[in-house]
Write a protein that binds this ligand. Structure first.
Ligand code: SF4
Length: 206
């Protein structure tokens, strides 16, 4: 069974989007809803009740608990298809239209890594289901994605044990971020600028 200090699978998605967002949620337990998180929660209501059904010989598990003792990860998969030929296929639900986002792909790859450890069989592919367009985007669980799962998990563990909030990214990501009011990225950037100007105020020009 997973240990109690395990990192949530969602933290990998948060870290890949913005390390500070990950720190605010998983280090400082901050969370604010905005239109994007509200839409995300509405989509997950479709698959947040554990259970299964069988369609055309495929067993479809909903809200399946996942963990990896090796990496110290814990979470759940929205859907996992278990095909008669042994294929294991996780599907993560996201709001919005079909478009590639690396933070979604890493979260899916982390689910695949957990399933492999739990079930002892390879997981070669999965999919992101985009609720707005009702379309699936298939994702190959490549060696590069697996490596990113490992390095991201290490980075999050190091941030959590160090207890230091990462700096703000202060770019387009902040516009869609539900934590903008708590994070105050512009205020921190302005304060950093002021600090820099104070340090260099009395430097002689060469
Ligand atoms: S407001 Fe920007 S810097 Fe702050 S957590 Fe969100 S994305 Fe990261």
């Amino acid at each position: 069974m997973p240990d109690t200090d395990a990192i949530l699978l969602s933290a990998l998605q948060h870290w890949t989007y913005c390390p500070r967002q990950c720190g605010l949620i998983h280090l400082e337990q901050a969370f604010e809803d905005n239109i994007h998180t509200a839409r995300g929660q509405a989509v997950h209501h479709l698959v947040d009740t554990p259970g299964y059904e069988v369609k055309a010989g495929v067993r479809i598990e909903r809200a399946l608990p996942l963990w990896s003792d090796r990496l110290g990860l814990i979470g759940k998969a929205d859907l996992v298809e278990l095909h008669p030929d042994g294929t294991i296929f996780p599907v993560e639900f996201k709001h919005g239209r079909k478009r590639q986002k690396i933070h979604d792909d890493i979260q899916l790859a982390a689910q695949a890594v957990c399933l492999e450890e739990m079930l002892g069989r390879p997981v070669a592919r999965g999919a992101i289901y985009h609720a707005t367009s009702h379309r699936r985007r298939e994702v190959a669980i490549t060696p590069e994605l697996r490596q990113q799962v490992e390095t991201t998990t290490q980075a999050i563990r190091s941030m959590l044990s160090g207890g230091v909030l990462p700096p703000p990214v202060t770019d387009g990501r902040c516009r869609e971020c539900s934590l903008k009011d708590i994070c105050q990225p512009e205020a921190i950037a302005a304060s950093n600028r002021l600090h820099y100007e104070r340090i260099h105020l009395f430097e002689e020009e060469s």
